[in-house]
Design a protein around this ligand. Structure first.
Ligand SMILES: Cc1ncc(COP(=O)(O)O)c(C=O)c1O
Length: 405
C-alpha cells in the first residue's frame, strides 16, 4: 500500500489490530460504539442475524453482556438486560408488560418516589391507570386485584424507608390469579438475600447503582425476566427507548458484583448488631429492622439468617430538628441520598425521598420527621456504634438513659 500521510496515520495507525488469542480473565471494557467486518457480505450476515455478533453498542456490547449474564445467573432468570439506571430498568420492565391505554397497574403504596412519578406522570400520560394498595395487607391486594383486573402488580422486596418485607410468593399468586404480570423491584434485597423469580415474580428489577455496584461510583439498572418470551420486549426497550448502560458503568458494576456476597454478609451482620443496640436506647422511639417483624415474612423471603443491611430509626424527639442534629453530628457515617455502599450512610426520608408528599400523607405512612434510615456498610461495627452513639447523645442527650435501667 502506498505510503500514507501523517494526518491519515493519526487517525488509523495501530487501530483494528486482531484481538489477542488469550482469553482475558476479566471482561475488558469494549469502549467502541461500532464494529467493522471483513466484507459487506459478512456484515450483512450479522445484520440478518445469521451470524451472531455485535453491530452497534446500543444493540449490545460484550462488557454490558457480561454484566447482564452475571445478573441473569444470580437471579435465576431466562433473560437479563441492562439499562442506564434503575429507573430505565423499571421503565423497560413496564414496557415489556403489554400496557396500553386503559390498563391498570396495581402498585405498592410504599414504592420508591420516582417509581410513582414514572407510573403516574409518564405511563399515566399514555392512559395507563395506577392504583395503590398496602402490599403488606394481602386481603387488600387480592380484593383490589379482583376488582381492578390489573395488567401488572408492582412491589419492592424490602420497602423504603420502613423496611417491610414483601411476601413475594403470596403476591405472585394473586397477580397470576387475575392474569397479571408481577414486577418486583429488588434493589434493597439483592439476589444474595432474595430471588423473587424463584418465588413466582415475572420480572425483577434492580437499581445497580446501589448494592450491586456498592461503591457509589456508577449508575445503572438491570431487568431480569423469568420467561424467555420477554426477551424481545426487554431488548427493544434497550434498543429503541435507548437508555443503554455505559460500558464504563457496566465494568464498575461487574467488579462490584463479584464481592456482593462478602459485602452483604458483613453489612447484614453489622446492621443486626446496630439494630439490637439501638433498640435498647431510651432516646429511640422505634427501630425498624426486618428481623424484628413478627409476621414471619422476613424468614420466608430473605435468605436465612439475614435481615438485610438497612435499619431505620425514629428518634424519641420525633422532630426534623433532632433528626438533622443527629445527622449533622455524625463524624464517620456519611450523610447521603443513597444506600447500599460499602460505607455507612444516613438519609432523612421526610426531606429527601418523600419530600414531595404532604406531611399528612407522610405521617399516614409512618414517615415522620424524626425518622432516619441507616444503610449499614462494612466498617468495623464498634466504630459505627461509637459514632452513632455520640451523635445521638449530642442530638437528644437529655432523653438518654438505658431502657432497662
Ligand atoms: C428501590 C429503588 N428503585 C429504583 C431506584 C432508582 O434507581 P436509579 O437511581 O439507579 O435510577 C432507586 C433509587 O434510589 C430505589 O431506591
Amino acid at each position: 500500500m502506498a505510503k500514507r500521510s501523517i494526518e491519515t496515520d493519526f487517525v488509523h495507525a495501530g487501530e483494528r489490530a486482531p484481538l489477542p488469542q488469550g482469553l482475558p480473565n476479566s471482561t475488558p471494557i469494549f469502549a467502541n460504539s461500532t464494529y467493522s467486518y471483513a466484507s459487506m457480505e459478512e456484515a450483512d450476515r450479522v445484520f440478518s442475524g445469521d451470524l451472531k455478533d455485535y453491530i452497534y453498542t446500543r444493540y449490545g456490547n460484550p462488557t454490558v453482556d457480561a454484566l447482564q449474564e452475571a445478573v441473569r445467573v444470580l437471579e435465576n432468570g431466562a433473560v437479563a438486560r441492562a439499562y442506564a439506571s434503575g429507573m430505565a430498568a423499571l421503565h423497560a420492565a413496564l414496557l415489556a408488560s403489554d400496557l396500553n391505554s386503559g390498563s391498570v397497574v396495581l402498585a405498592s403504596r410504599d414504592l420508591y418516589g420516582a417509581s410513582f412519578d414514572l407510573l403516574f406522570n409518564i405511563f399515566g400520560a399514555f392512559g395507563v391507570r395506577t392504583q395503590l394498595a398496602d402490599f403488606s395487607d394481602l386481603e387488600e391486594v387480592k380484593a383490589k386485584a379482583d376488582e381492578l383486573k390489573p395488567r401488572v402488580l408492582l412491589g419492592e422486596t424490602i420497602s423504603n424507608p420502613l423496611l417491610k418485607v414483601l411476601d413475594v410468593a403470596a403476591v405472585a399468586e394473586i397477580a397470576h390469579s387475575v392474569g397479571a404480570k408481577f414486577i418486583v423491584d429488588s434493589t434493597f434485597a439483592t439476589p444474595f438475600l432474595c430471588r423473587p423469580l424463584d418465588l413466582g415474580a415475572d420480572i425483577v428489577v434492580h437499581s445497580a447503582t446501589k448494592y450491586l455496584g456498592g461503591s457509589a461510583d456508577a449508575i445503572g439498572g438491570v431487568a431480569v425476566a423469568r420467561d424467555i418470551a420477554d426477551e424481545a420486549a426487554l431488548t427493544s426497550a434497550m434498543k429503541l427507548a435507548g437508555g443503554v448502560l455505559s460500558v464504563w458503568e457496566a465494568h464498575s458494576i461487574s467488579r462490584g458484583l463479584r464481592t456482593l456476597a462478602l459485602r452483604l454478609e458483613k453489612q447484614c451482620s453489622n446492621a443486626e448488631k446496630l439494630a439490637a443496640l439501638l433498640a435498647k436506647r431510651s432516646d429511640i422511639k422505634r427501630v425498624h429492622y426486618p428481623k424484628f417483624a413478627t409476621d414471619g415474612v422476613t424468614q420466608k423471603v430473605l435468605r436465612e439468617p439475614f435481615g438485610g443491611a438497612l435499619v431505620a430509626i425514629v428518634l424519641e424527639d420525633d422532630t426534623r430538628e433532632a433528626a438533622w442534629k443527629f445527622m449533622n453530628s455524625l463524624e464517620l457515617v456519611v450523610r447521603a441520598t443513597t444506600l447500599g455502599d460499602v460505607f455507612t450512610t444516613v438519609s432523612h426520608s421526610a426531606s429527601s425521598s418523600h419530600r414531595e408528599l404532604t406531611e399528612k400523607r407522610r405521617n399516614s405512612l409512618g414517615i415522620t420527621e424524626g425518622l432516619v434510615r441507616i444503610s449499614v456498610g462494612i466498617e468495623a461495627v464498634e466504630d459505627l456504634i461509637a459514632d452513632i452513639d455520640q451523635a445521638l447523645d449530642k442530638a437528644q442527650g437529655k432523653n438518654r438513659k438505658a431502657k432497662n435501667a
